[in-house]
Design a protein around this ligand. Structure first.
Ligand SMILES: Nc1nc2c([nH]c(=O)n2[C@@H]2O[C@H](COP(=O)(O)OP(=O)(O)OP(=O)(O)O)[C@@H](O)[C@H]2O)c(=O)[nH]1
Ligand SMILES: [Mg+2]
Length: 138
């Protein structure tokens, strides 16, 4: 099975991150996610991240830091998530594709509400970006 390369953005402000709800008819539908999407053939990961975060949540990405790469096999789909922390952006994120979106404290992220591949992301965030941290210094 071919692996899908995905750019994922952890939009961070203080100790909160902006998450969106995946539509029921999509892969892993009904789960919360970090905004992002597939990297097109002619794109870099960062270009895909910029494009997807504008399309999905209406922000302009200004500054990022790589967090991790996660390969995961869902059985029906294999993904490689290139996860970036978005430490600088312009605009206020919202569900630009009519999907639900909300800010949530990193401490309160519940891995059960996210696709299985996200477990390692949530662990890393809860380790490095705890309550009272400004969020910029791992
Ligand atoms: N955006 C995003 N995708 C994730 C996360 N975790 C995770 O396993 N994925 C998987 O990555 C794959 C691609 O993401 P996507 O569905 O957002 O891709 P896309 O925006 O290009 O969507 P499209 O297929 O509607 O054009 C999906 O199979 C999705 O289940 C996550 O936190 N955020
Ligand atoms: Mg997407």
């Amino acid at each position: 099975m071919k692996q899908v390369l995905v750019a994922v953005g952890i939009i961070l402000r203080h100790n909160q991150t902006f998450v969106t709800l995946r539509a029921d008819d999509k892969h892993q539908g009904g789960k919360w996610e970090f905004p992002g999407g597939k990297v097109e053939n002619d794109e870099t990961v960062l270009a895909a991240l910029r494009r997807e975060l504008y399309e999905e949540v209406g922000i302009a990405v200004i500054q990022t830091q790589p967090l991790m790469t996660i390969e995961h096999d869902y059985g029906d789909k294999r993904v490689c998530l290139e996860v970036q922390v978005v430490t600088g952006f312009e605009g206020e994120p919202y569900g630009r594709e009519q999907q639900q979106g909300r800010w949530v404290s990193v401490d309160l992220l519940d891995p059960q509400e996210f696709p299985a591949a996200n477990q390692a992301i949530i662990e890393a965030l809860q380790k490095h970006y705890r309550r009272d941290d400004v969020g910029l210094n791992p």
